[in-house]
Design a protein around this ligand. Sequence first.
Ligand code: NAD
Length: 354
Amino acid sequence: MKIAVLPGDGIGTEIVAQAAKVLETLRSDGLKIELEYAHLGGAGYDAEGDPFPPTTEKLVLAADAVLLGAVGGYQYDTLPRPMRPEQGLLRIRKRLGLFANLRPALVYPELVNASSLKPELVSGLDIMILRELTGDIYFGQPRGIRTLENGERQGFDTMHYSESEIRRVAHVGFQIAMKRNKKMCSVDKANVLDTSMFWREIVTEVAKEYPEVETSHMYVDNAAMQLVRAPKQFDVILTGNIFGDILSDEASMLTGSIGMLPSASLDANNKGLYEPCHGSAPDIAGKDIANPLATILSVAMMMQYTFGLADEAQRIEAAVRKVLQQGLRTGDIYEAGMQKVGCAAMGDAVVKSL
Ligand code: NAD
């Protein structure tokens, strides 16, 4: 199991160090894990003059999976666009062909009060948002700002999805639904957009190959509303790049704690890049107060989705639950009566409960 480890910037180094401890524990328990480190983002620019340096590219291409912290920092804000940290992220996703982005939104019973919604609405919530990551209006050409014949300027982008792009992500979605509660909701805007009408047609076709899965379709505006009205009606949500971008951020906030949310981005062979949903949090970097649990839970997703080791994934998740049950909390999820711990101490506690 060759794992490329890219701590990145800001709190990235601190949180990835805790996830690495978890991987090293699995290795000492017998898994054949190899970790190799490289730079991405601002760290890549600082060390090698490129946010996605060739050495990193070589390493991630040879690896089975990639563990990433986060990228970004104020000191890079004035760099020309190709040198900015987030370009490193976009390029690595593209280079590895990571078209399926999985973001679970799961509410731990111990953290139910962290949500901005009423506890009864989110208690027991466990949904998976699957966002297509390499197509849609974010990548469509042509795009730009042009001057019309009447002299007025106009910004424009192009939305499109090809049949193969929709099919492959739909298959990933149905396969995930088969392993969960066999419920799939495809989200689109088929009442207005031709791209979405086509999306719905293809998803409906693919659904016939998974007769056990209860499939439904929902317009994105309604989905945005339902997510805050009655989120527990969902199991797997399948959607395109732009709608998924927005809905997955909305769903993540149902849990109330950005420091708890892992993610996976997969290619056609389940090779994946695993990272927390949050950014590099420069405001708290270097203070040993960041929550490492999203990154540790990203390792659990790696075990499940790239290596097919569901037992190891459950073991890591159980270890995280146990430290929460013990009352350990980093600052972002702290409530009165709990024991406040730092990033490294939280990592140590998870390792101990593993
Ligand atoms: P952010 O997610 O870094 O931080 C938002 C807020 O949440 C901050 O107050 C931060 O302290 C807090 N926070 C985030 N993660 C936390 C953790 N693990 N534990 C405790 N608190 C945590 O978002 P931002 O402030 O908008 O962006 C900061 C930088 O991160 C920017 O340069 C941005 O471009 C970058 N970014 C990177 C990624 C990524 O690498 N995937 C994602 C989003 C933002």
